[in-house]
Ligand binder design. Structure first.
Ligand SMILES: NC(=O)c1ccc[n+]([C@@H]2O[C@H](COP(=O)([O-])OP(=O)(O)OC[C@H]3O[C@@H](n4cnc5c(N)ncnc54)[C@H](O)[C@@H]3O)[C@@H](O)[C@H]2O)c1
Ligand SMILES: O=c1ccn([C@@H]2O[C@H](COP(=O)(O)OP(=O)(O)O[C@H]3O[C@H](CO)[C@@H](O)[C@H](O)[C@H]3O)[C@@H](O)[C@H]2O)c(=O)[nH]1
Length: 463
């Protein structure tokens, strides 16, 4: 089957960039991205591509090229479903906040709504692609809804998890390590798999397109994230031991990373991993393992989260202890709020938890982040429901300029590894601060020796 019309439900961090790249690379395919969120769609349609709702290096240029040609953003979900031969489901699958599996399982209500809507609208056969990250065997539930509530048309369900990382979404999409497509082993299933392989092979070489059964594909996504997050928790665990023993975690990471079996990537000790995926997906994995009675498997993976929570708490404790056991009314400046550099996404960012701890200690937090708005930061804090909104407003000041944010601070904490932080005039910052001037480098990006020679008291992670 030759695909000429694609619809994607969900215009978020995955749906937007993924479909923009498909549209750019496949000018013969009409791609329509739909969302219930009218503001989000309006932002994607903003005449100035710089104002699209997601910041990713290189993305606005791709949107500028394809939008209006074969890339469309719309709130008319029914129409887009009706017209498309292939429908990607790219909606959010957050951790459940209620009922059975609360705090662990993935909340699949948005997925189910999509499946029911597709079933209601579809008048011709469709290929439905799971792009969202889903628990293993979700395709079974989607199929059941489609077959039982549909209009008698045939559906093929494919699993095509997305492996892009934020901040590098465009390069990851243009040059993926692999594309994974899971589908039925029947003739119709293979036909559907081939249709999706044909889409990707417009720019990805065939040997990087992997096809498997549906369950392997669904589970591979959770497994990949669990392995990646486990590496970070492993190096973070060693960072605490380094601090006690005089070893330096950067040196340890380098030494082990040169072993080709271990490899050098994803060994950067930090204030703890954030982002919308790692914690959610591991909790989901733990829940699935428990639901099969695999308690040892569940405990094994849960430790990755326990270690990460410890790392965030350890960082805020260190700030309080070093500042003579009190930060009450002291100005602590955060450089960075996003969960990593080159993104405006703050979901599960370590900064939120560290700020929350320090506000509990009555600190005044000042923040500079090149891409995150004050509103977003306040929403992040309110979401924790630790205190009323007004108290968060009173405790948090947000600056448009890093030097202003640092003026009069007792300590600076680096929460995000934005490149620009390394290029600042640190002498100027030092001169404007209370003394002793402390730096807590939660990303190990600053030059400790240089800062110490200026007069800072420098604290990195794991050294
Ligand atoms: N963010 C990432 O880097 C990343 C990477 C790989 C995979 N994933 C997975 O992809 C999925 C989407 O993640 P995201 O970060 O893009 O989420 P997101 O919250 O940014 O976007 C999801 C969008 O779906 C929309 N939506 C929800 N229900 C809808 C419905 N019934 N009809 C129409 N629109 C609906 C929401 O309004 C929202 O705009 C998740 O399962 C996530 O785990 C995310
Ligand atoms: O050595 C490292 C690498 C990362 N991090 C932190 O880990 C978090 C996650 O980073 P990263 O994985 O680069 O970004 P995500 O966008 O969360 O991407 C992950 O989650 C996505 C959603 O499932 C997957 O698609 C990606 O493959 C997977 O890398 C961030 O807070 C990073 O600062 C570290 O602390 N040390």
């Amino acid at each position: 089957m030759k695909i000429t019309k694609i619809c994607c439900i969900g215009a978020g961090y995955v749906g937007g960039p993924t479909m923009a790249v498909i549209a750019q690379k496949c000018p013969h395919i009409q791609v329509t991205v739909v969302d219930l969120n009218e503001q989000r769609i309006a932002d994607w349609n903003d005449p100035n591509p710089e104002n699209i709702p997601i910041y990713e290096p290189g993305l606005s240029e791709i949107v500028a090229e394809a939008r209006g040609r074969n890339l469309f953003f719309s709130t008319d979900v029914d129409k887009a479903i009706d017209e498309a031969q292939m429908i990607f489901i790219s909606v959010n699958t957050p951790t459940k906040t209620y009922g059975k599996g609360k705090g662990m399982a993935a909340d699949l209500k948005y997925i189910e709504l999509c499946a029911r809507q597709i079933a209601r609208v579809a008048k011709q056969n469709k290929i439905v692609v799971e792009k969202s990250t889903l628990p293993v065997r979700t395709a079974e539930a989607i199929k059941s809804i489609l077959d039982n509530t549909g209009n008698g048309v045939q559906f093929q369900i494919l699993s095509n998890p997305e492996f892009l990382a934020e901040g590098t979404a465009v390069t990851d999409l243009l040059n993926p390590d692999r594309i994974l497509i899971g589908g039925d082993t029947t003739e119709e299933g293979e036909e559907a798999i081939n249709a999706l392989v044909d889409v990707y092979s417009n720019w990805v070489s065939r040997d990087r397109i992997l096809t498997t059964n549906v369950w392997s594909s669904e589970l591979s996504k959770l497994t990949a994230n669990a392995f990646l997050a486990q590496r970070i928790s492993s190096i973070n665990a060693m960072s605490e031991l380094c601090e006690k023993t005089g070893a330096d975690v950067n040196e340890v990471a380098r030494a082990i990373g040169m072993d080709s079996r271990i490899g050098p990537k994803f060994l950067k000790a930090s204030v703890g991993f954030g982002g919308s995926c790692f914690q959610k997906d591991i909790l989901n994995l733990v829940y699935i393992a428990k639901s099969y009675g695999l308690n040892e498997v569940a405990d094994y993976w849960e430790q990755v989260i326990i270690m990460n929570d410890h790392q965030k708490r350890r960082f805020s404790n260190k700030i309080v202890q070093t500042l003579y056991n009190t930060v009450a009314d002291k100005k602590i400046t955060f450089l960075g709020w996003a969960f990593k550099k080159d993104t405006n996404d703050t979901r599960e960012s370590a900064a939120i938890y560290v700020a929350d701890d320090l506000i509990n200690e009555q600190a005044k937090i000042s923040v500079f982040d090149p891409k995150v708005s004050k509103n977003k930061m306040l929403n992040d804090l309110d979401y924790l429901e630790t205190r009323i909104s007004q108290e968060n407003i009173d405790a948090l000041s947000v600056f448009e300029n890093a030097y202003e944010a640092c003026k009069g601070a007792h300590a600076i904490a680096i929460l995000t590894e934005w490149d620009e932080f390394t290029t600042y005039d640190w002498k100027k910052i030092y001169d404007s601060m209370h003394k002793p001037a402390f730096v807590f480098d939660g990303r190990n990006i600053l030059n400790a020796k240089q800062l110490e020679s200026i007069g800072f008291v420098y604290n990195g992670i794991g050294s």
